[in-house]
Design a protein around this ligand. Structure first.
Ligand code: DHB
Length: 317
């Protein structure tokens, strides 16, 4: 029998939950409805991340509210359209029973009180992991919560008291080292197991020069930038938080991953897993197996057998 090298493994774990691959869908990508979630469950995405939910159902912002941009990028101002948290508690059970997948809930209450009610309810649900998303950039009349450090502290303190599932927090991008340090100090006070970085780059503006108008309707055209345009900001956020938090709080990278080599870069910067949104919306569910294959091929070429062999080991000049 011909000797063949074992292919690289790309398994990981988040909050003590084992994932057979470090590549999975980000919250917010065609994951509001049960059919949408079932499509993800049947793909190679290592987990099914559900749409950020609120206490009550929401229709979200007026359309057009999601537009593809050149260079595998996107702008959105969805405005948290979702069916209300009770539906996602039901869906988690259905997804787990039928597809045996890891299910991640995303909780995005409008107030502290709403978040408390939802965290209590999800404690008794089938979800494996909870990603707390304190703020979308697209809620009309609300600032981005991740930039209000005192409010973040208050919210994380409240979640700590209630949450009995493995949990982490989704963060907006930061740009100043002082802000990274301030946020890291707050995060270290609480027992969360991971951060997910970055949320879309808030309040970007895309202009159609022919029509001389904005491309999305809500908020005068301002919306969250996603996809490849965000990759270098996302890598910087993964790296800086990895430097500040080490492995005490794991980092999930998200922002502009379109290839397996992009995923490799995120892991090299310190990410324990990588989420995909814009690429999934553009390419469909095959993107997960493609990116996984590409990551494995790149690791094979480099002689890495697991992601732990190179995770965080970025060299500097
Ligand atoms: C929405 C956008 C986000 O970036 C987010 O984190 C949550 C919700 C939205 O517009 O629906």
């Amino acid at each position: 029998m011909q000797y063949r090298k074992m292919p690289a493994k790309i398994n990981t774990s988040i909050g003590g939950i084992k994932l057979n691959s470090c590549i999975f869908v980000a919250s917010g990508a065609k994951d509001e409805t049960l059919p949408g979630l079932a499509t993800i469950a049947q793909s190679s995405s290592a987990a099914v991340t559900m749409k950020s939910c609120t206490l009550e159902p929401r229709l979200g912002n007026p359309e057009p509210r999601y537009v593809d941009l050149p260079n595998n990028s996107s702008i959105n101002s969805m405005g948290l359209p979702n069916l209300g948290y009770k539906e996602y508690i039901k869906y988690a059970k259905i997804l787990k029973d039928k597809y045996k997948k890891i299910v991640i809930a995303s909780i995005s209450g409008m107030t502290l009180e709403d978040n408390i009610i939802m965290f209590k309810a999800f404690n008794n649900s089938a979800v494996d992991i909870i990603e707390f998303n304190p703020g979308s950039p697209n809620t009309i009349g609300k600032p981005i919560v991740g930039y209000d450090f005192a409010e973040m502290d208050r919210l994380l303190k409240a979640v700590t008291k209630i949450c009995r599932k493995p949990w982490g927090v989704k963060l907006p991008p930061y740009f100043d080292f002082v802000h990274f340090e301030t946020m890291a100090k707050i995060l270290k006070k609480y027992p969360l197991q991971f951060i997910t970085t970055i949320n879309s780059i808030g309040n970007a503006l895309v202009i159609d020069p022919k029509k001389e108008q904005t491309v999305i309707k809500p908020k005068g055209g301002f919306g969250g930038l996603g996809g490849a345009y965000t990759k270098y900001t996302a890598l910087a956020n993964v790296r800086k938080f990895y430097e500040l938090l080490g492995d005490k709080i794991k980092t999930i990278g998200v922002g502009g991953v379109t290839t397996g080599v992009d995923a490799f870069e995120f892991i090299l910067a310190g990410a324990s897993a990588v989420q995909i949104a814009t690429t999934y919306l553009r390419e469909g569910p095959e993107c997960f197996s493609r990116i996984q294959r590409e990551l494995i091929a790149y690791m094979n070429k480099k002689g890495y057998k697991s992601i732990e062999e190179f995770r965080g080991k970025l060299k500097t000049l």
